[in-house]
Design a binder for this molecule. Structure first.
Ligand SMILES: Nc1ncnc2c1ncn2[C@@H]1O[C@H](COP(=O)(O)OP(=O)(O)OP(=O)(O)O)[C@@H](O)[C@H]1O
Ligand SMILES: [Mg+2]
Length: 488
């Protein structure tokens, strides 16, 4: 068909169209029209202003779609008139520009709502932008992928959790690779089952993910499969990073444990102090009268030996009572600035001569620039002695003992680490080691008071003590003591 014929048909088609369809200049002059207007032939309306011809107005109408289209330079749909039932009464409420190159040459104005599609598109565009904003400003990581795992949406929060940039994720990441050990299949299987919030859904599902730098991160995942005509087309997941929550939970647990410990220690301390005082007097009596008998009577050697045994045992009892009093802080504290390295070295010096230590390699990494720590030297000896002895006993006299001291970055706390290469402490025992009378040693070999005393001493100094152990791989005790005073 020739081009002229085509044009002719097009013009006829527009002419036969039952609704008003006109082309106006940017000055509202009618350039073409498809209808008779107020009885005037279309040829006669050409060049006249539309508002004058249609509505007998000198100025463009208030609700003029062309006016809006001129202002916005794009297709414009005015709100549909509320109370116009008569189709002939419809105002021009849709207009769109016609371009000549980059310039707008004219506007088409219509009084029918075929072009509602344009409005819908704009609405769709707007609601898409809103959804995009919602997803991108979400606090949790949001990842959507197609059914092959190709990432389609990767929001800002996801970049923080996973460590990939949005571009990296969209171009190279497959959603299966964000789970370690092929866990993606397990996640998909659970998503398809109806056990986690219904078929196609996962609610509050805890899972580990692996970040770009290979860090395993615990996550709370809420996810869904997107279906189209019952066919899976995509998945969307909301990833909530659990690291901070778990850290806080652990911290809280530790604080609770410490509180419990402190409470136990204080009631036990009171009890022990009472018992110690009650024992001191009779022990004094036993010692005194045994000595008197030894001095005043001419006894056989066997009897003398027995009495000396009584004296030795009584002395041991008094030593234990002294320990108990120390333990319950009944001895007077003498707080003075002390060199921690020196007290560690002296404790080691006292212990090293014992056979238990002969086959233990001792490594000292002591920071010579430590400031003095306000402390009771006697208590410090007890503290280090108990921990070092435990380490040597755990290693059964063979292994490596490492003792480190250093200043913490804030500059007002000293840290002491005592590590051994012994069998470690099981996770069941670890929470109990600071409890008084907790021991795993055979009867007669341990009282279970060593670490509870250590705990109390560290507390008296306003510090903290902690044990970390990997069973089979040794134990490290970390003691943090505040410097307290910078004076020497
Ligand atoms: N370095 C260590 N390696 C392995 N286990 C340890 C270590 N230090 C302490 N323990 C465990 O902690 C328990 C409690 O220690 P604690 O010093 O309080 O008591 P004890 O050594 O058993 O007895 P005591 O010190 O009164 O003679 C020990 O029985 C042991 O099971
Ligand atoms: Mg001990």
């Amino acid at each position: 068909m020739g081009i002229d014929k085509e044009k002719e048909y097009l013009l006829k088609a527009i002419g036969a169209f039952q609704r008003r369809f006109i082309v106006v200049s940017p000055k509202f002059k009618i350039l073409a029209a498809n209808c008779r207007l107020n009885g005037t032939a279309e040829s006669e309306v050409i060049g006249k202003c539309c508002h004058l011809i249609f509505y007998d107005r000198q100025e463009p109408c208030d609700n003029c779609a062309v006016k809006e289209a001129i202002a916005k330079r794009k297709p414009t749909l005015m709100p549909k008139p509320q109370n116009t039932l008569d189709l002939d009464e419809m105002p021009c409420y849709f207009a769109y520009p016609i371009y000549s190159g980059d310039e707008i040459e004219a506007y088409v104005s219509m009084d029918f709502d075929l072009p509602t599609r344009g409005g819908l598109e704009e609405k769709l565009h707007r609601s898409n932008a809103f959804l995009r904003n919602l997803i991108f400003s979400a606090v949790d990581g949001v990842i959507a992928s197609d059914i092959a795992g190709k990432v389609l949406i990767f929001n800002d929060a996801a970049t923080k959790v996973f460590g990939y940039s949005v571009d990296e994720a969209l171009l190279y990441l497959n959603v299966r690779d964000i789970y370690p050990d092929n866990k993606a299949y397990e996640v998909m299987r659970n998503l398809r089952s109806d056990q986690y919030g219904g078929k196609g859904k996962l609610q509050s599902y805890q899972v580990d993910i692996i970040s770009k730098n290979k860090e395993i991160i615990p996550i709370f995942l809420n996810a869904a499969i997107v279906y189209e005509n019952e066919k899976e087309v995509a998945t969307i997941g909301f990833f909530h990073d659990l690291r901070e929550e778990l850290r806080m939970k652990e911290e809280l647990g530790k604080t609770q444990l410490q509180l419990l410990q402190a409470e136990k220690m204080s009631s036990l301390g009171k009890l022990a102090a009472g018992v110690a005082h009650q024992l001191n007097n009779p022990l004094g009596g036993i010692t005194l009268f045994t000595k008197l008998i030894l001095e005043e009577y001419d006894l056989e050697d066997g009897a003398k030996e027995d009495l000396n045994r009584i004296l030795r045992d009584a002395k041991r009892c008094r030593d234990t009572v002294k320990e108990l009093l120390e333990f319950t802080r009944q001895t007077r504290q003498l707080m003075r600035p002390h060199d921690i390295n020196r007290s560690l070295t002296r404790t080691l010096f006292l212990l090293e001569s014992q056979t238990l230590f002969h086959n233990i390699e001792i490594v000292k990494e002591l920071d010579a620039s430590l400031p003095p720590v306000l402390s009771d030297i006697q208590q410090l000896y007890h503290l280090f002695m108990n921990i070092i002895l435990n380490a040597a006993q755990a290693m059964e006299g063979k292994g490596m003992l490492t003792i480190k001291s250093y200043l913490l970055p804030d500059g007002d706390k000293v840290c002491i680490e005592i590590s051994d290469t012994g069998p470690g402490i099981s996770s069941e025992n670890l929470p109990h080691i600071f409890e008084p009378f907790f021991t795993t040693k055979e009867e007669g070999k341990g009282t279970g008071l060593g670490l509870s005393l250590a705990y109390r001493i560290v507390q008296n100094h306003g510090g903290s003590i902690q044990a970390d152990s990997v069973p089979g791989n040794g134990t490290t005790f970390t003691i943090v003591l505040p410097v307290g005073s910078k004076k020497t």
